[in-house]
Design a protein around this ligand. Sequence first.
Ligand code: BJW
Length: 237
Amino acid sequence: MALPQDGNIVILTGAGISAESGLDTFRDAGGLWAQHRVEDVATPEAFARNADLVLNFYDSRREGAAAARPNAAHAALARLDREWRGGLLIVTQNVDDLHERAGAERLLHMHGSLALAWCTACDARVPIAQDLIDRPACPACGASGHLRPDVVWFGEMPYEMDRIYAALGIVDLFVSIGTSGAVYPAAGFVQEARTSGAHCLEINLEPSQGTHVFHEARHGQAGQVVPAWVDEVLDMA
Ligand code: BJW
């Protein structure tokens, strides 16, 4: 495909990009949804019903993410972010911070972040490093027992949708990496990108649920396929 040197690239990433860093995906065999029922840990109703179970789930994932290291796919996207002179936006569904630790800057977290807590007493989003199960006080208002993980559960509105749809409205190349295409609205971004006339590429271990909507698919480990694709894009420029 021909991509103008100042063309606009939007990259959607999912749990598969962090798999080679040792973090569990959701829907693969043995993944997070095989270990926990979604309804028990990833809805506001679950949090209202059994906050301890939900807080333990996210405390343990925060610990896992802190111990993980960015892999070759994160590093390649950070290099693309540094070197691509046109527009670029990495939209991650992941709540780990491996993209930013690899050096990516043009990045947003549409499903929130394990590094933040949301105080339901004062509505502040605050950085946290400690376990929420210990019910730490909110650093903004001092109230105890009101911090929840700042992540987007089923039935909640993902973050930064205006910015994402604005970027999809002018995108030339849309790339989806390591996501099953099972969760909306992210699963619908490829259709938005097609409507804008973008070339759409899927990079995933296996065909995603929406693979037929993409113009092109490259199947394999993100840690191998993504660096090769980034080399191609930067060589074309
Ligand atoms: C590799 C690899 C390697 C492995 N290399 N690849 C329209 C139709 C139907 C339903 C809905 C709809 N619109 C909304 C809904 C409802 C709902 C929904 O989508 N339900 C579905 C189950 C059908 N959506 C929502 O409720 C969302 N909110 C919403 O829509 O608000 C209203 C709204 C309306 C209009 C506009 C905007 C908004 C909120 C969804 C929140 C999702 N939350 C979670 C938890 C977040 C916190 C946390 O991390 O715990 O987000 S669920 C979970 O799924 C998490 C992930 O970000 C998300 C996606 O998972 P992902 O990343 O794709 O992981 P996997 O495991 O599914 O796939 C990994 C892939 O990688 C696999 O394919 C592997 O093969 C591959 N892989 N190793 C490359 N080494």
